[in-house]
Write a protein that binds this ligand. Sequence first.
Ligand SMILES: [Ca+2]
Length: 365
Amino acid sequence: MQSSAWIELVRLIPPDKPDARVVMTENGTDINVQGILRVEKDFLVLRGRLAGSTEGGKIFFLPYDRMQYLGFRDAVKETDIQALFPDEDSLTKPLLPPAVLKSVEAQIVEKCDAIDGVKDGLMEDPRRCQIDVAGLTGLTDAQRAALKILYAATPAREGTLYPAQPMGGEGDAAGWSTWITGGGFQSTAQSPSLRFAFGTQFFKFFVFNDPSWDYRKYDYTRARRDARLAGTVLNATSPDLSAYKAKGHKLIVWHGWSDPALTALGTITYYDQVQARDPGVRDYFRTFMMPGVLHCVGGPGPDNADWTTAIVDWVENTKAPDRVIARKLAPDGTPTRTRPLCPYPQHAAYKGTGSIDDAASFVCK
Ligand SMILES: [Ca+2]
């Protein structure tokens, strides 16, 4: 498109709608515009924030020949549900079909598996996998844009509404297609994925008491305020465990890193909040992250651990869980791999010798 055409388009932007426009650049980056600073013959200078980021006020210098589109939105709509299911009349046709997700996961594992020092098909800590979605192959622009939203935190008016989905677990049948993207086990004409079902029904009936509430038109940056009343009954997010600690109780929380139902980063955020209030948290509360594990069970990672013995030992025998062994079981129940789970923020590190399928070859550090 000619520069003059871009200039004409940019001049159409109403000045009274902050944070309501989106510019996409050639590398697939969305920028939410907060203000147009200069319109020059060959470039544009604007103030805004990268989509998915909560850090506004950045200055962007944009030559017109790097711009792909310029969109107008009534509000910032960047939740996964809105991105994945823009058309309520075709919910059964997933934007990210299972075969595409398998390819995405394979590319991610290929690039990030070895970061933890062991090529075992698992990422010990997916936060260390920093892949730009723009570099993944076999995706349409719309699929790429949706993935970027999924891998980024959902922004609130201030801070974060909900943490990002870590990379990993995309292609598993019980993974994203069932929970997030649609086309999986639970998919129906009305409810393509479980997150869609929980998300839309929650707002219809818990928050707004309005069966006609439309997720496509909702400005999610209002969600924290709108859901405040429902949250008084439902939230279990207070980081103040002082009463629990005073009674001498113990708490173990474990979470699959690839959980497609509830992002694992939410659990980490909570643990960090408790620790910020009480640096001695590990005396009564420990969190264990399980690499390559989906929601409760499943996924390529060792997902079978004896948590009951771990908590009984801690409560009744004063033996705190410094290392819990997880097992991957074959369909007949035979363990094919064992791996230590380490209390967060520790992780399992390979000693450098011994079988990578044997927990004895790993230390917590
Ligand atoms: Ca690995």
